[in-house]
Design a protein around this ligand. Sequence first.
Ligand code: GTP
Ligand code: MG
Length: 411
Amino acid sequence: MKPSLKSCEVTPLLSDVIQPTHSLHTPLFASSTSDKPYNMGWSVLPKEVAINVEKALEGGKLLDVASVVKETLKTASSAPVNIAVTGDSGNGMSSFISALRVIGQEEDSAPTGVVRTTQTPTHYFSSHFPNVVLWDLPGIGADTQCLGNYLQEIQFSLYDLVIIIASEQFSMNLVKLAKVIRDLGKKFYIVWTKLDRDINTSAHLKERLMKNIQKNIQENLQKEGVCEPNIFLVSNFDPLLHDFPKLRSTLHRDISDTRYHGPLENLSHTYKKAINDKVITCRKKIASKTFDTLGIWNADDLEQSLMAYHLLFGIDDESLQQLAQSMGKSIEEYRALMRSQDLNTVLRGDWLFSCMNCNVVSCLCLILRCIPLLGGFVFNSLRKWKHRCLLEIVANDTKDILKKILTDSII
Ligand SMILES: Nc1nc2c(ncn2[C@@H]2O[C@H](COP(=O)(O)OP(=O)(O)OP(=O)(O)O)[C@@H](O)[C@H]2O)c(=O)[nH]1
Ligand SMILES: [Mg+2]
C-alpha cells in the first residue's frame, strides 16, 4: 500500500506554553535499513499443529486437542514482538526507550543528545517486557519530503506495534505518520514526552494542562480521520509518574494480544472446520440410515443416540472429566456450556424438537407408520430430522467447549 502523504495543517498547541527555540538537528540522516525486525508474528499455524488438531477431533479426543492448544499457546507466549519507537527527531525517542526499560544512563541505554543522535535503527531489550524488541529508530527530519523517504526506509509493516513520540508540538509529520500506520492496520500509541518541561512552563494546573495536550493531539488526528488513539503523557525523567504506569499496563496487554491473536484465530478456524467436516460425514451416515457406524443401535432411542453423539465428539462425561482435570477446572464449568447435557435440556432448549417429541406427534407417527410407503417415508424423514438436530446441538456444544479450552490456555 502506498502511504498517503497529502498535506494537512496542525492546530498549534497551548499558547501559554513557552516554546523553546529548538532544533539543533542536522536536516537529513543516513539511516541503515540493514537492521530490521526479525519476527513477523504467527499469521499461519504450523501445518503439523493443524493436522494434530484435526486428527484429535476426528477421533473425538478433546484431551489431545487441549494439549496441542496448550503447547501452541505456550510457544506463542514467548514469540518476539517488535515495537517501533518513532517520531520527529529530538522528541525523546531514545530517552523514552530507557525510561520504559527503567534504566539509567550508566547501563546499555540508548544514546541521547540535543543534536541528532540516533542515526540507524537500534534494538534494545528489557527484563520488564520479556521477548520484546524495542526499536530506537532515527527521527523524522523537518520537511514533508523527508517523511516519504522515511516511510520507505523504515517499513512500518514489519513491526507489530508502533509508538509515536511527540513533544512540544504535535507536528504535521506525526499526524501523517499516525494515519499511515493506522492504514497499515497496526496498533499505535502516541506518547507525549517532556511533560516535566510543559508543567514547569505552563500557567495551568497539571490536570488541566494534560487535558489540553490530549485534546490538541486528538483534534489534530481527527482532522485526518484518525479517531480514538491511545495517548500517554509522560516525562522520560520520571519513568514511574504521570501516564507511565497506564502505558506499561496497556503495553503488556497489547503485547499479549499481539502474540495470541494469530494462533487463537488459526486454532479456532482449524477446530471449527474439523467439526464442520465431521458433521458433514455424520449427516451422510444419517441420510443413508447407517446409524450403527455412529455407534447408535436404536435410532429411535434419542437418549442413547445423544450419548453416542457425545462419545463421537469427545464430550461424554468421562472425556469431559479427563479434560477438566488436565485444564485444572471442574467438569461443571464445561457441562454448564452444553445445551445437550441430557435429553431434557435439549427438549427445553428447542421448542420445535420438543414438539416433534411430544406424545401426540409420537402417536401420529405410529399410526402413519402403518400406511404403506407414505407412512414409512414420513416416519424416516422425521427420524433423520431429529438426528440432524441432535448432531448440530452436540457439534455446537463441542465448539463452545473448545472455545473455552482456548481462552483457558492463554498464559
Ligand atoms: N525535559 C525533558 N527532556 C527530555 C525528555 N526526554 C528527552 N529529553 C531531552 O531531549 C533531548 C533529545 O532526547 P533524545 O532521547 O536523544 O531524543 P531522540 O528523539 O532520540 O533524538 P534523535 O535520536 O537525535 O533523533 C535530550 O537532551 C534529552 O535529555 C523529557 O521527558 N523531559
Ligand atoms: Mg535517539
